[in-house]
Design a protein around this ligand. Structure first.
Ligand code: ATP
Length: 347
């Protein structure tokens, strides 16, 4: 079978380092992928003068699948986040972030198994901001019935396919009665009308966050609007070892872009010490997606090999500094490659 063309966007900061490590592991696992390298973010400004070159967007439209490293977002000024731009341009409205405990990464809680579903295109990420007067600035929180319904349908369909039992919506509809109120109204109606077999509940986000850190096993699938999804993703990452171990995927109706939850980590960029695991797990999600969408057995086999490899490496204490080990990025990649296809741990 011919290899599958996939766009690779190395990104900024630690992006190129972790992308290289991940590509090396996929090659060793014989993943049937032909990488088409394109740029976005600061790297793209250097090569083309634009943060989001049209060629990158067109390439993803054509391939339908991309693996993306993090892109740096300037704080308080400068261009709009490249990550946000890309999600909007391609209408990647649903983000999935599985948050799971990993053997060999000790944390306060055991057996965490949460999935975060984040609406990716609106809310306070609308980018509508005005200097109203010298004294007043305004950021607009946008919610549309179309996007809220689309996301709710997507979330319940996803939960059904993955045999998950319960969806909890985090909101602040007591304060933002219209925007968060609409998000809730849509989730309730999709649940009642189309998915009564999935349990459904709601939590005001502040109380919900408290309950998560008291016992994450109280939750199954969390459904959140854009900003809450961003914040709660990092909070939940902290429950299982931090940003180095949480993967993600952004889905639209036509394309899917796989990327870690973490950013470009400028504080450790260029040192070769970043944990490539979050992007590696995102790449495994990508291979599983390709296996399902295109009935590709080679992708399925490569995903299984890689998952067994990184699980065995972690069990053996082979890990990067952020999760208590002493390996660098390349050292961890080699440790995974050495263990590709390792048997699962016996209980
Ligand atoms: P950005 O502006 O791109 O969002 P940031 O530094 O604000 O970057 P993150 O990149 O998410 O946000 O990093 C937050 C913290 O987590 C940093 O201290 C960073 O070093 C650490 N971190 C993030 N990703 C990793 C990783 N893959 N390996 C090790 N440490 C990481």
């Amino acid at each position: 079978m011919a290899n599958i063309p996939v766009v690779a966007i190395p990104g900024d900061g630690i992006g190129p380092e972790v992308t290289k490590a991940v590509q090396k592991i996929l090659k060793a696992a014989k993943a049937p992928i032909d990488w088409l390298e394109h740029h976005a973010g600061l790297a793209a400004i250097e090569s083309s003068g634009e943060v989001m070159p049209e060629g990158t967007v067109e390439a993803i439209k054509k391939c339908a699948v991309a693996l993306k490293g993090p892109c740096t977002t300037p704080v308080g000024e400068g261009f709009t986040s490249v990550n946000v731009q890309l999600r909007k341009r391609l209408n990647l409205y649903a983000a999935v972030r599985p948050v799971r405990s990993l053997e060999g990464v000790p944390t306060r809680f055991e057996d965490v198994d949460l999935i975060i579903l984040r609406e990716n295109t609106e809310g306070l990420y609308s980018g509508v901001e005005n200097q109203v007067t010298d004294d007043v600035v305004m950021s607009m929180k946008v919610a549309t019935q179309t996007a809220c319904m689309r996301m709710s349908h997507w979330a319940f369909r996803f939960a059904t396919q993955r045999r998950r039992k319960r969806i909890t919506v985090f909101h602040k509809a007591n304060i933002m009665k219209m925007s968060d109120g609409l998000f809730l109204k849509c989730s309730r109606s999709v649940h009642q009308k189309d998915y009564p077999n999935i349990d459904y509940d709601e939590a005001i986000i502040d109380a919900g966050c408290m309950k998560i850190v008291q016992d994450p096993n109280n939750f199954d699938v969390l459904l959140l609007e854009n900003l809450y999804g961003d914040v709660v993703s990092d909070l939940c990452a902290g429950l299982v070892g931090g940003l180095g171990v949480v993967p993600g995927a952004n889905f639209g109706d036509e394309q899917a872009v796989f990327e870690a939850v973490h950013g470009s980590a400028p504080d450790i960029a260029g040192k070769g010490i970043a944990n490539p695991l979050a992007l590696l797990m995102s790449a495994v999600m990508m291979l599983e997606h390709l296996a399902d969408e295109r009935s590709n057995e080679e992708c399925k086999a490569a995903a299984a090999l890689i998952e067994s490899g990184y699980r065995a490496a972690l069990r053996d204490g082979e890990k990067t500094g952020d999760i208590g080990g002493d390996l660098n990025t390349d050292g961890f990649a080699d440790a995974v490659i050495k263990r590709l296809g390792a048997p699962a741990a016996t209980a």
